[in-house]
Design a protein around this ligand. Structure first.
Ligand code: HEM
Ligand code: HEM
Length: 145
């Protein structure tokens, strides 16, 4: 079970990070032009939020369903840079990023003008993606699960 979740949590980001980059560029182009904010773009933004939430949900299940004993000795957990990264810094930063991405999409849905809709996604998704990049376990990700 855990191995399956870990594989999902490992492979989904390849699709997810690519989609986030594509969505950022597309919204940027609408923001900086007179192009309309199409239904297709709104749908793509929504799928980006969906994949964010899916990735977070899998992570939450991995952390609290299978690794809860990590938190029984907070001294060791916080004192070991590797453990702290994996079980504290990575999860908290990713949850913060997901909150920002979700807010960005909600603000975009509420905005009236095309450029404002797109700008909201660029700014909030952009900050979110930056945070993800900061606390992503790049070595494990790029090595293969
Ligand atoms: C930890 C569990 C989750 C929480 C707390 C959560 C919370 C939220 C919140 C607050 C929103 C914002 C709604 C809005 O834009 O006004 C949202 C949107 C969304 N969530 Fe989640 N979610 C969770 C898990 C999931 C999962 C597992 C999926 C699907 C795989 C999912 C798919 C979506 C989608 C597609 C939207 C965008 C809706 C839209 O743009 O209209 N979420 N979620
Ligand atoms: C956008 C959000 C996230 C991304 C892109 C992401 C990505 C990753 C990647 C690539 C790995 C390395 C997997 C491997 O060893 O091959 C990983 C590990 C891990 N992630 Fe996430 N993650 C996210 C959110 C979360 C969240 C919210 C949690 C917990 C609440 C979490 C918990 C974990 C844990 C516990 C591991 C270590 C698994 C292990 O080695 O047994 N992740 N994550």
């Amino acid at each position: 079970m855990y191995t399956g979740l870990l594989h999902l949590h490992h492979w989904l980001p390849f699709v997810y990070l690519l989609l986030m980059l594509v969505v950022l560029v597309q919204n940027f182009l609408v923001w900086k032009s007179d192009n309309p904010f199409s239904d297709k773009l709104a749908r793509q933004n929504k799928i980006a939020v969906l994949l964010t939430h899916l990735q977070i949900t899998i992570g939450l299940i991995m952390l609290f369903g299978f690794n809860l004993d990590m938190f029984s000795d907070m001294g060791t957990l916080m004192g070991d840079a590797g453990l702290r990264f994996k079980y504290v810094e990575h999860p908290t930063t990713m949850i913060l990023a997901a909150v920002l991405i979700t807010i960005g999409n909600a603000k975009s849905k509420r905005a009236e003008v095309a450029s404002a809709k797109a700008k909201s996604v660029v700014v909030w998704f952009g900050i979110g993606l930056f945070l993800i990049a900061l606390r992503m376990p790049w070595a494990e990700f790029l090595q293969g699960a």
